[in-house]
Design a protein around this ligand. Structure first.
Ligand code: GLA
Length: 736
């Protein structure tokens, strides 16, 4: 039987060839010493070096072998790069010895190929799946002078275009070394035309797409905020200028990490392009004792020949099957109603009981009590850290709410912001030293709060115990885990002088430890990730929490772009989207209900508006929408999501969900403004089956799949503000 995945080492040509039916990735071991990048693209059955230019001797280029002056790492495409070996581009590792000198002259030592997935210790990672083959190539390099080993891990899976890369640095010597930079993946290519796609954003405006030419020099994005951040998620993609959503080559990189990260693209004088991704080197320095290893987070690299939708399909499938907590990957999510935009901090037993009653009547499946329920919290200035029920607002505790929800047949969820501490809190009064701080400086407030020092095991243990006791005491089905500020004072009283550069990474490792244990203790609690919306929406958090509140902006126009952008990286099941009130609380826009409902519906849909004061018209609309959504939810949740028209480039936005067989598709088409000069829109729907005929559900029009793909569907402009068109297409067996 033909192997579904393959990692081959060809001794004669000294090449490593990783492949499955979707791609080949080829490296060469030059002079049995240096690892060079040779190819990454569609599957090749064999490779004999056809794309290798002849080496040219250049002035200023350092020669590794005096007899071969034309061979210099300055010009060679590499898989990792260490400083001081003649490669003057961005390095992937920087190691310093105890004597202060730079180390890291790495030379190939050995490799092994295993049938397992490599898992970096203490970090979220791609998980194997039962019955599916995986393979890992681990290549070891040695700096014999300084006794340091570098291992590069490459894991591949059956049926996925992804390559999972990480690096491991091991101190084999007798004295400590300092790891000042340890990126997860680096690739050099000698293509000259590729463009770079990244995302930028801020609070309430996450996942804004940027596509640019890469000119000479170094361009980088990243975070030094202690969180992956809404500013720049840890993602980058290279594409050709011709690449579209539907066609063309894409090579994408995503880091499974939630802390400070770094992504860079560098074009050098020879037009060679280097792309690197990993932990942010600024402010990072890790002391590695003899015998210890440092593991970098995993970087997921994926190749698509079918444009950005092809890339997203790879990420969506990989994350759904191999990243999210397995018990949640196929499990239907409850339709929730969140109290935040309905009550803000003004929650009480009386109010939430009424909310539960009304929510159950309307057809919601989960009521979430957001901020405001604990300590003496009535605004953002107090009580973070005091996770006991506010006795004035909830004189009988939470049990009456849980009991009532149960009686009404719906679930109950709650909001926490465990990593934070308010100055006005009992926790702060008891443990004033528990917040992150640098001796001598008063720690700075952000949203009126300080950050707990999660590098300390004592604080991790405290949080674990507090949350465990809480979830044991109350039969809660859902927890929203929030994190509403970034870190300004990266210091811990536990970190000695020579380890202060470990703060940010240790913080994230501490957080991961808490999440790992907590989610294992409560596998049936649905955890939703949040950081003022999508402030820490990354593959690392998604390992523990299968869904994320992707923006505090619930405006249905702004959300089109935010969700469209987020869908590059994550499947819609992971992106929560709530129908909210008008005028919208963030923008004041008055977007009709139909558009608000439609924008949320292809994603992980919920509501966040005052259901206690609904007009009968609103009530009717909600009832109709929830009934329609429930009928479609299964299909939407398991379907494949495709972007059709980008809100970043035009007046309209469109996406669709289709089942795998392409016998059913729901298409959403959103228009920003009615334009009198637009007589008709044209929507091409490339993801249908060209062999099938389709009927449009509402209009009963019949079309062939091929004509919808090639000629497109004319859509008549609808008057009014923010019109939407929703179409359902069903394949039919009868000929046209
Ligand atoms: C953040 C979240 C909101 C809400 C508030 C509560 O901003 O993103 O959804 O939970 O905190 O303070």
């Amino acid at each position: 039987m033909k192997e579904k995945i393959n990692i081959r080492y060809d001794d004669k040509h000294q090449t490593f060839h990783l492949s499955n039916r979707k791609f080949s990735y080829i490296m060469e071991l030059r002079e049995s010493t240096w690892l060079l990048h040779r190819y990454w693209g569609p599957k090749l059955s064999a490779y004999y070096g056809s794309n290798q230019p002849a080496a040219v001797k250049r002035t200023f280029a350092a020669a590794l072998i005096p007899e071969i002056p034309a061979f210099s790492l300055e010009m060679e495409p590499q898989e990792f790069s260490c400083p001081h070996q003649g490669d003057y581009r961005e390095p992937s590792i920087t190691l310093r010895r105890e004597d202060g000198c730079l180390a890291g002259r790495m030379q190939y030592k050995s490799h092994e190929i295993t049938d397992t997935l490599h898992v970096p210790t203490g970090l979220p990672h791609i998980r194997p799946q039962e019955g599916k083959s995986v393979k890992t190539l681990s290549i070891h390099f040695l700096d014999v002078v300084s006794s340091i080993q570098l291992t590069l891990h490459y894991s591949i899976l059956e049926d996925s275009a992804a390559i999972i890369r990480s690096a491991q640095i091991t101190n084999l010597g007798n004295s400590p070394i300092w790891v000042e930079r340890a990126l997860s993946a680096l690739i050099d290519t000698i293509y000259s035309q590729e463009q770079l796609v990244t995302f930028y954003g801020t609070h309430q405006k996450e996942f804004q797409l940027s596509r640019q030419d890469i000119s000479h020099g170094r361009f980088s994005i990243g975070s030094v905020r202690g969180a992956s951040s809404p500013q720049y998620p840890p993602f980058a993609a290279l594409c050709t200028p011709e690449t579209t959503e539907h066609t063309g080559d894409v090579r994408a990189f995503q880091l499974i990490y939630s802390g400070n990260h770094h992504v860079s693209a560098e074009r050098d004088q020879y037009n060679h392009l280097r792309i690197a991704i990993g932990i942010q080197p600024d402010g990072f320095c890790w002391k590695l004792l003899p015998g210890e290893s440092f593991h970098t987070p995993q970087a997921v690299l994926t190749y698509s020949s079918q444009g950005f939708n092809g890339m997203s399909q790879e990420f969506h499938k990989l994350f759904s099957e191999h990243l999210f907590p397995p018990q949640w990957s196929k499990r239907k999510r409850p339709i929730l109603l969140n109290s935040w935009e309905m009550c803000y901090f003004d929650v009480s037993e009386e109010k939430i009981l009424r909310v539960i009653q009304e929510a159950a009547e309307l057809g919601f499946e989960l009521v979430v009590l957001d901020d405001g329920w604990f300590g003496h919290r009535s605004n953002s200035k107090s009580s973070l850290g005091d996770w006991t029920v506010n006795p004035e607002k909830f004189p009988n505790g939470l049990m009456p709410l849980l009991k009532y929800a149960k009686e009404k047949g719906i679930q109950f969820g709650i909001w926490f912001e465990p990593e934070m501490i308010s100055i006005d809190s009992a926790l702060m009064r008891t443990h004033p030293d528990w917040c992150a701080q640098i001796p001598g400086y008063t720690p700075l407030l952000g949203r009126n709060q300080l950050v707990l020092d999660l590098t300390r095991q004592e604080i991790q243990d405290y949080l674990l115990e507090m949350l465990t006791n809480f979830l044991k005491a109350y039969p809660i089905s859902y927890v929203k885990w929030d994190m509403n500020r970034h870190i300004t004072d990266p210091g811990s009283q536990d970190l000695p002088q020579d380890r202060t550069g470990e703060f940010f990474h240790r913080y994230i490792l501490g957080l991961y430890r808490i999440l790992e244990e907590l989610t294992a203790r409560f596998p049936d609690v649905l955890f939703e990730n949040c950081s003022s919306g999508g402030g820490r929406f990354d593959a690392g958090m998604s390992f523990y929490m299968p869904q994320t509140w992707c923006s505090d902006n619930t405006d249905a126009l702004d959300r089109q772009a935010i969700q469209y952008g987020a869908s590059y990286l994550f499947p819609p099941s992971a992106i929560t989207a709530h129908v909210s009130a008008v005028p919208n609380h963030q923008t004041g826009r008055q977007i009709p209900f139909a558009a608000r409902a439609a924008v949320s519906s292809a994603f992980n849909m919920g509501y966040e508006l005052n259901i206690l004061e609904l007009s009968s018209e609103d009530r009717g609309q909600i009832l109709t929408h929830l009934a329609e959504y429930k009928a479609e939810q299964e299909f939407l949740f398991h379907g494949e999501f495709y972007r059709l028209h980008s809100p970043f480039t035009g007046n309209d936005c469109a996406w669709m969900v289709a089942n795998i067989e392409k016998t059913r598709a729901i298409v959403y088409f959103f228009v920003r403004e009615y334009d009198t000069a637009t007589l008709s829109y044209l929507l091409k729907i490339p993801y249908l089956n060209p062999e099938k005929n389709y009927v449009v559900k509402n209009t009963r029009q019949h079309f062939s799949g091929k004509e919808l793909i090639c000629a497109g569907l004319a859509i008549q402009p609808v008057q009014g503000d923010y019109p939407i068109v929703k179409l359902e297409l069903n394949a039919e067996d009868t000929a046209l």
